[in-house]
Write a protein that binds this ligand. Structure first.
Ligand SMILES: Nc1ncnc2c1ncn2[C@@H]1O[C@H](COP(=O)(O)OP(=O)(O)OP(=O)(O)O)[C@@H](O)[C@H]1O
Ligand SMILES: [Mg+2]
Length: 253
């Protein structure tokens, strides 16, 4: 479904990614791990069109994503969450999800302004879908609450609901368990697996929480200094000497 080939990108002389390649199959849960600064979020920023690599190819369902703008990539069915949770703080939880829904709606800004009957029907349907999504992620009770006043665990789930509102086929999750307690993390793991099992999503996840990574991933790729140093099934990755070395050698881990 997603194919990344020979990807390289530098920032002011620092190589954030060097010749990185990996492939994610449909309905796979694929984890990208590695020490801080390894280049994991950079991969997401390239795949979603925010960063332009100096070389390499990114294909989604056979289509070249590097030729597309971020909103076009979103329309193709790629959605993401951010490492630093980014909800619209002064909007309600429901409105946050409705914004995510807009990449999916047919009506553009002009038709929206005209508020013709078909647009109203579309809006009403969008509200229904947004509410259902909030319910599904356990956020039904806070639909009318300002997003910025919600606890972090709720904000992270809200960001996930917003990403899902665009009805993606590929979901990129950047440290979804960051700042969550073990109970919340456990609940999140179940949500992610359900998205794959019941809704057929393909999921690329960046995460430092090894229980989550080892518990839900079909395969794991390990980055260190922008290079892939290992790839395989979770149990093999956990026992790989190069992986252990990369983690023990980093200050943060
Ligand atoms: N926009 C940018 N400008 C300059 N340097 C950047 C930029 N984005 C990333 N980098 C650098 O590229 C390297 C990889 O960063 P990246 O955020 O991808 O790491 P990461 O693996 O996600 O780390 P973490 O686990 O801490 O989130 C780092 O050295 C980072 O400072
Ligand atoms: Mg990161």
């Amino acid at each position: 479904m997603l194919s990344v080939e020979d990807l390289s990108i530098s920032f002011g002389g620092l190589a954030a990614l060097s010749g990185l390649g990996f492939e994610v199959a449909e309905r796979e849960i694929f984890a990208l791990i590695g020490p801080n600064g390894a280049g994991k979020s950079t991969v997401f920023n390239v795949v979603t069109g925010l960063y332009r690599p100096s070389s390499g190819r990114v294909r989604f369902l056979g289509e070249d994503l590097l030729a597309l703008a971020p909103h076009e990539i979103a329309r193709r069915g790629v959605a993401r969450t951010f490492q630093n949770t980014e909800v619209f703080r002064t909007l309600t939880a429901l409105d946050n999800v409705l914004i995510g829904r807009h990449t999916h709606l047919r009506s553009g800004a002009l038709r929206g302004a005209l508020a013709v009957a078909s647009v109203r029907r579309e809006e009403a349907a969008a509200r229904g879908t947004a509410r259902a999504l909030l319910e599904r992620l356990g956020l039904g009770e806070v639909a009318g609450v300002e997003a910025g006043s919600l606890p972090l665990g709720f904000q992270k789930r809200l960001e996930l609901a917003r990403a899902l509102a665009s009805e993606p086929r590929l979901l990129l999750l950047d440290e979804p368990a960051g700042g969550l307690n073990p109970t919340e993390t456990q609940a999140l793991m179940e949500v992610i697996v359900r998205l794959r099992d019941e809704h057929g999503l393909t999921i690329l996840v960046v995460e430092h929480d090894m229980e989550l990574v080892m518990g839900i991933s079909d395969r794991v790729a390990v980055l260190n200094y922008g290079r892939k140093i290992a790839e395989g099934k979770p149990d093999r990755i956990a026992a790989d000497p190069a992986v252990i070395e990369a983690y023990l050698g980093s200050e943060d881990d």
